[in-house]
Design a binder for this molecule. Structure first.
Ligand code: GAP
Length: 440
């Protein structure tokens, strides 16, 4: 098999309607990406599987969908106003800015030997650059109206801790989950959707007794592997990396990064952190609202729980899936490219074709099959464009697990051919059993 490169993935993603550059007709906007029809389906499948596994199928995790823009004090309390920054250098001559700890500058420009790649100018002192996007809320633009687009979805969870406790009276341990957008004004957005300025996270803050954090940390390691297996990334492809003192986020006492071999190297796919009681205490102090739970109803004893946080990036999961699914092989003597998606995440589960487009009786029968299947398995595509070989190639390239063809024999015996994406093998099945065959 030939090498999977970023060029091949980015090109397929754009050509087939998964991911487009943001604001493309204006030349693009670095760090922003738009998901096309197939990208949205892929994304929704990942998010729905995550929500099902961690919220719907559990009784101890509560879902929220909090506002993206929060009170400025929330980000002061969480330490992000002061400490959510990356080291940055600026070229004294052309004023371009680069992330100080990276060999490459923005938009792939190179920074060689401490000189600016654009103009060979020298760099000034390393400064800290806060990555939060700032905005003003309301009609007045002064310090009091400053707010921020959330840099992590976790913030919206912590500020709702008391609401969940008051509404549902959960006993420890319990968690709060959220899926949503996060924003970081990355100095050097790069590697397609890997390091974007607008991206999506799926996060859980799991509140536990302080003396039980180690046990829950271990349990969540396993849950993370299980989630990736569910979407089609086997545990052998994920590598744990313990983050040392000094390299962890300001709130974490222990962090493991779960890494994946992307075409540009082994990099973080998701993270697991032990956030202690840092956030609940900080918000209590800044807001004046006590964030604790009663652990003994008889005595009314309260504690501030500690937090284990599994944090997943949706866009990085998509990039890992595209990387691991991308396959080039030869089928019936012809080169082909296909996405070997796990059917659970495939944007289209099956495509229905009439063998010939100019035979009204075949088209009518195929339409019947399509309409019926669509009511049972929703993500079904119709394709009558070009010859059958081209249709197979098109569906292979977007990762459709099976293609169903209505031919002349169908008109006689109500059977169709069903073709497997990975093997190219075909079998005949009765239309009456099609629904269960496709589901299987
Ligand atoms: N609440 C913890 C937190 O936000 P993080 O390691 O900064 O931790 C968690 O981010 C996950 O969010 C990462 O593992 C990654 O999947 C995703 N992520 C972070 N920054 C990103 C970016 N600039 N572009 C795309 N995904 C990003």
């Amino acid at each position: 098999m030939s090498e999977v490169t970023m060029e091949k993935i980015v090109s397929l993603a754009k050509r087939r309607g998964f991911i487009y550059p943001g604001s493309e007709i204006y030349g693009g906007l670095s760090g922003f990406w738009d998901y096309g029809p197939l990208g949205v389906e892929l994304k929704n499948n990942i998010k729905n599987l995550w929500w099902k596994m961690f919220v719907k199928e559990r009784t101890d995790i509560y879902g929220v969908d909090a506002a993206i823009i929060m009170h400025q004090k929330a980000w002061e309390a969480s330490g992000h106003v002061k400490g959510f920054s990356d080291p940055m250098v600026e070229c004294k001559k052309c004023k371009r800015r680069f992330r100080a700890d990276q060999a490459e500058g923005p938009e792939g420009t190179r920074r060689v030997g401490g000189k600016c790649s654009e103009c060979e100018g020298s760099f000034g002192e390393v400064r800290q650059f806060n990555m939060m996007f700032k905005t003003h809320v309301g009609a007045t633009e002064d310090e009091s109206s400053v707010s921020y687009f959330r840099p992590e979805t976790a913030g919206g969870i912590f500020v709702n801790f008391k609401n969940i406790v008051d509404s549902f009276h959960p006993k420890l341990p319990f968690g709060i989950a959220q899926i949503g957008k996060a924003f970081r004004n990355e100095i050097s957005p790069r590697d397609f959707v890997f390091r974007a300025r607008e991206f999506e996270q799926m996060e859980i803050e799991h509140f536990v007794r302080p003396d039980e954090w180690k046990r829950w940390f271990v349990a969540w390691r396993e849950e993370i592997f299980m989630f990736f297996e569910t979407i089609g990334i086997a545990r052998d492809f994920i590598h744990e990396s313990e983050i040392g003192d000094g390299d962890r986020a300001h709130y974490s006492k222990r962090t493991i990064d779960f890494e994946f071999d992307f075409p540009f190297g082994r990099k973080e796919l998701c993270g697991l952190a032990y956030r202690t009681d840092f956030d609940l205490r900080a918000h209590t102090e800044t807001s004046g609202v006590e964030l604790s739970v009663i652990v003994d109803d008889a005595t009314g004893e309260k504690i501030v729980p500690h937090v284990i946080e599994p944090s997943f990036g949706v866009d990085r999961a998509i990039l890992a899936l595209l990387t691991s699914a991308y396959t080039e092989d030869e089928l019936n003597g012809e080169a082909r490219t296909y996405l070997k998606f796990n059917p659970a995440v495939a944007p289209v589960k099956a495509a229905v074709f009439p063998l010939l487009k100019n035979k009204p009786e075949l088209v009518a029968k195929a339409r019947d099959v399509y309409e019926k299947l669509k009511t049972e398995v929703s993500e079904i595509a119709w394709d009558d464009n070009g010859n059958i070989g081209k249709r197979y190639r098109r569906q292979d390239e977007i990762g459709t697990p099976v293609c169903i063809t209505v031919d002349f024999q169908t008109l006689e015996d109500d059977t169709v051919t069903i073709r497997n994406r990975d093997t190219g093998g075909q079998e005949r099945v009765a239309i009456s059993t099609l629904d269960s065959v496709v589901r299987q």
